[in-house]
Write a protein that binds this ligand. Sequence first.
Ligand code: NAD
Ligand code: DAU
Length: 329
Amino acid sequence: MKIIVTGGAGFIGSNFVHYVYRERPDWQITVLDALTYAGNRANLDGLDPSRVTLVEGNITDAELVDKLVSEHDAVVHYAAESHNDNSLQNPRPFLDTNIIGTYTILEAVRKHGKRLHHISTDEVYGDLELDDPNRFTENTPYNPSSPYSSTKAGSDLLVRAWGRSFGVEATISNCSNNYGPFQHVEKFIPRQITEVLEGRRPKLYGTGENVRDWIHTEDHSSAVLTILEKGKIGETYLIGADGEKDNKSVVELILTEMGKAADEYDHVNDRPGHDMRYAIDSTKLRNELGWMPKFTDFEAGLKSTIDWYTQNESWWKPQKAETEAKYAK
Ligand code: NAD
Ligand code: DAU
């Protein structure tokens, strides 16, 4: 297999590249990544260049995408503008990358008859009340809240339409919140860990009662590989590991794990339009494709993530001051 991984120098994409590199030693991987503020060549360090190639380029570049797609068997499409807070400051790059970029990839896989797996998010379903007994399923209606999630929802709908209208062989997965190594310090868990490492206090939006359904990024990778190999064309699969936690509890866990008092954090202004709760029912993926998550001990996973950021200061330090300056503004 020769696959293209778009966004493979970002957080989840690079974890997937490492995973496939280990699990499928005969596969060739081409990473197509624009190396935006969120992409980092170092995320691919240690991989044999005869098996993994990084092409620095934009998924909206139709000529480049067309050429690469013609030379590969499948595209696993992770590239996106991914941060809600950024989408509230400047939505435009989200439209360009998430909508036009996905359209560009769809046109290339349509022309060359190649397989596509599209990576999406549970945020396309909007949010749940804290006491809602239901979780998101593949049948939950789309109801996105932010510029980020609405452009991801739009990209999903394009993939579905290209499947139905043009017979593009595509699958879609919608996953919950990932954590693990190589996550940008703008995101919740790495931001709080690195705040503590730099001697400052974590920052909790609003009351901190918002719930996210955490999954270790390695489990996301194993799910995506399962869908790529065994998924039914035209289907959508939800990926989740039953990891619901409220933000306040996560901050308290980080603080205690890092030797601080559990209340050494600050409440800051809430995110406008802040989704209250996400929760995934991944029964379909488990029953139909036999996938199971392995990293279901959140405290152990969080501890190893704290260790990774503690040991890899040179990886996150260059992004930290700029990220905090953006938040301060
Ligand atoms: P990230 O922001 O860490 O990485 C995105 C990568 O895409 C970067 O390497 C960036 O350089 C690249 N990129 C951005 N615009 C590009 C463009 N126009 N052309 C080529 N490359 C471009 O994001 P992430 O958190 O790793 O998320 C990856 C995917 O997974 C996204 O599609 C996101 O919607 C989805 N997802 C994320 C989560 C999560 O918890 N982070 C959960 C579910 C789904
Ligand atoms: O659910 C999947 C989504 O998870 C992905 O589609 C997105 O790409 C990914 O960024 C993530 O979105 P969230 O908005 O849930 O993640 P974020 O890390 O930005 O925030 C997680 C929660 O923590 C959210 O409720 C907001 C809160 N938060 C965030 C930051 C950065 C804080 O309380 N303080 C913070 O400093």
